[in-house]
Design a protein around this ligand. Structure first.
Ligand code: SAH
Ligand code: SF4
Ligand code: F3S
Length: 463
């Protein structure tokens, strides 16, 4: 170890020091994972995290375009940075992610201050792309690409829970959804590469991993048979068994599941493997078979119920969450009520809800039977109040129960408390030290007795 003084000969780390960066991430976990990898690349290049967005020398907006409001948010952020750049020409503005892919060159035209527009498949290529920017070019990187295995270490937000991509892209064609056109075709990572990444996380003290994919249960279907005939058998069930026994990892989760590919075998494997947590996020989108057909989802609501029934049979303590869209084009009052009734019937622990938003290059956006805004708002309000009521009712089962919590952090609103999640993914707060003075810290698995119940979180005492 040497003490750093201002040297006459510049050491490498200062040569590498490029300034500070700031990344704002919109959208889903896929984008969050991409942002962590891009941050890793920037740090390796010599950039340091900025303390404030408005002081950074390099800005990345990792964007989302799933609904119109997600898209508009990005433009309002961007305007601010474009004005800043007029005063600070060295500022680099990068638009990454799904909106970047959707808009491509149009973004460069609309906001000429942007230096780089890069689609999600290019996240691992950030260094190469920035070198092109340094040569004074405006760069566009949106061509379809085979995603490179990540060779950089991600700079992860958590030191306890890590995201692990296992499949990129989406091969479905839901008629409302922009994801296939912005995230490209499905590309599964090899089980070997996935295992390596998890082993590395375990060595660095991580305790929980969440496997990520848009349709995670379709994992492996893009592997070709033939020479690697064995690959025909590589499914999510196989992968869970393959990675299960990595020392140090205590919990395994995965998201998001598509009902069409959620097999009984997968449920059996989850029930059998102790580290796989009993929480399943399986979007159903609508309770009406007519609407599901128009959405091109490929299952009926009866198929969906068969899955949740089997989960409840095999894992009675499990929690189930989902996504649902209201006011899809042509949705009648009755069809909307079918969505409400399935929520009441299945008793979801949580449902992410949204009013249908027409997206560019998707079939449903062109249909004439769009639902007026005021009905969208009314239906959304109605479904949200049902979801909240049921979540609260379902949480009653935790009252006075003993729950295992993986401590993730200090409660940012009360530093005398820690926070973590139950195996079923409920956010739980509890005191950081017990009555005998023993204190706890992030990364530990502890038991709490649940005392207070709210719709989306719990408070417990230490046992
Ligand atoms: N692959 C997952 C979900 C990906 S997108 C699946 O198939 O279920 C995340 C959620 O955004 C979707 O589940 C859906 O509920 C919502 N969503 C997607 N497109 C939308 C649109 N055009 N309008 C409103 N919500 C939408
Ligand atoms: Fe979108 Fe459907 Fe693919 Fe999910 S499965 S990402 S909703 S197209
Ligand atoms: Fe948004 Fe792209 Fe995810 S559109 S929801 S960030 S896949």
């Amino acid at each position: 170890m040497t003490t750093v003084q201002l040297p006459t000969k510049t050491p490498t780390y200062i040569e590498n020091l490029r300034g500070s960066y700031w990344i704002t991430t919109f959208g889903c976990q896929m984008n969050k994972a991409d942002s962590e990898r891009m941050a890793g690349i920037l740090q390796k290049m010599g950039y340091q995290p900025a303390l404030e967005e408005l002081k950074a020398d390099l800005i990345i907006y990792n964007t989302c375009t799933i609904r119109d409001n997600a898209e508009q948010k990005v433009y309002s952020y961007l305007g601010k940075q474009a004005r800043r750049k007029q005063l600070l020409p060295h500022l680099k503005i990068i638009i990454a992610g799904c909106l970047a892919q959707q808009e491509g060159e149009a973004l460069l035209r609309r906001v000429p201050e942007i230096d780089l527009v890069m689609g999600p498949q290019h996240a691992n290529r950030l260094e190469t792309l920035l070198n092109q920017v340094d040569n004074g070019q405006q760069v566009l990187a949106t061509e379809e690409l085979h995603i490179l295995e990540d060779i950089t270490t991600a700079r992860r937000d958590s030191t306890i829970c890590g995201w692990v991509n296992i499949i990129y892209g989406c091969n479905e064609r839901c008629t409302y959804c922009v994801v296939p056109s912005v995230r490209g075709k499905e590309q599964s990572r090899s089980p070997h590469a996935i295992k390596n990444e998890i082993e590395d996380l375990a060595r660095n003290g991580y305790k929980e991993i969440t496997l990520l994919g848009q349709n995670i249960d379709a994992y492996g279907r893009d592997f070709k048979a033939g020479d690697h005939n064995i690959l025909n058998q590589i499914t999510l069930s196989y992968l869970l068994e393959y990675i299960h026994d990595i020392d140090g990892i205590e919990r395994i989760r995965f998201a998001t599941s598509h009902p069409r590919y959620f097999t009984k075998k997968l449920i059996d494997v989850c029930a059998k493997l102790p580290k796989v947590c009993e929480h399943f996020h399986i979007p159903f989108q609508s309770g009406s078979n007519q609407i599901l057909k128009k959405m091109a989802r490929g299952y009926t609501i009866q198929d969906y119920k068969a899955i949740t029934n089997y989960i409840k049979e095999k894992m009675p303590k499990s929690s189930i969450s989902a996504d649902a869209i209201v006011a899809f084009p042509g949705e009648t009052k009755l069809e909307f009520e079918e969505t409400l009734s399935i929520i009441d019937d299945i008793k979801f622990d949580h449902v992410n809800t949204a009013a249908y938003s027409p997206r560019p290059n998707t079939p449903a956006a062109k249909w004439p039977n769009q639902i007026p805004e005021e009905i969208k708002i009314r239906r959304l309000k109605e479904i949200n109040s049902l979801v909240e009521g049921i979540a609260k009712e379902k949480n009653l089962r935790y009252k006075d129960s003993l729950q295992e919590i993986l401590i993730e952090n200090i409660n940012p609103k009360d530093s005398s408390q820690l926070m973590g999640r139950t195996r079923t993914n409920r956010l739980t707060f509890f005191p950081s030290s017990s009555k005998d003075g023993k204190s706890h810290k992030p990364g530990e698995l502890i038991k709490t007795r649940i005392k207070d119940i709210r719709a989306f979180s719990l408070t417990g005492t230490l046992v």
